[in-house]
Ligand binder design. Sequence first.
Ligand code: ADP
Ligand code: ZN
Length: 212
Amino acid sequence: MNLVLLGSPGSGKGTQARAISTKLNLVHFSPGDTFWAEMGKKTPLGQEVGDYVSQGRLVPDSLIIRILKEKFSAEKRGLLLDGFPRTMEQVEELDKWLASRSAAVDAVVYLNLPEAEAIKRLEGRRVCPGCGMVYNLVTSKPLLENVCDKCSGPISARADDSANIVKQRIMVYRDQTEPLISHYRSDTEFIEIKATQPLQAITAQILARLKL
Ligand code: ADP
Ligand code: ZN
């Protein structure tokens, strides 16, 4: 099974992807996570994408497709695609690549979050660079201010979660990614979930509604 997770920045795709990929034995692909990791290690790829990511713009489609092929051409398990595809061009390239493997997008899970809520969440998000834990000053604060519960390291805001970059990311989402909703709604198993619900309730609904 190949599953696409769709939703605006801040809709909780990453959190849900981590929860369901282990349950369903799917390989989790998040271009965003890949880029942040490469930027942290200052690799050539990290340097190539750094400006796009920190300014809240999409990296070029060709680069995303190249990474997809490099990472997963030898992969036999199904994929859980989180934050990909984000443009109609990426949809087409993904379909072509899957077809060449006699596969397809089998289901799309859309986490629907009102825009105002997305902005509030992104601006309150804090991450632990040490272990990757994600916190939110509104919904899931760490026990001690600015300290990670899990590894006791310092937590901080992601560079692209500042107010003006958040606005930019939401605009890009509206222009480039929202059209994917009606595309997938019309011809794929399409599961829409209210992203304002508690995390565990969302995970349970996704698992319950997927025809496994
Ligand atoms: P979010 O979904 O909250 O915006 P991500 O961590 O998924 O955050 O992505 C961070 C950044 O990585 C994006 O703002 C964009 O620059 C880049 N990126 C991620 N996925 C894609 C994609 N499919 N196509 C182009 N750029 C992407
Ligand atoms: Zn930590």
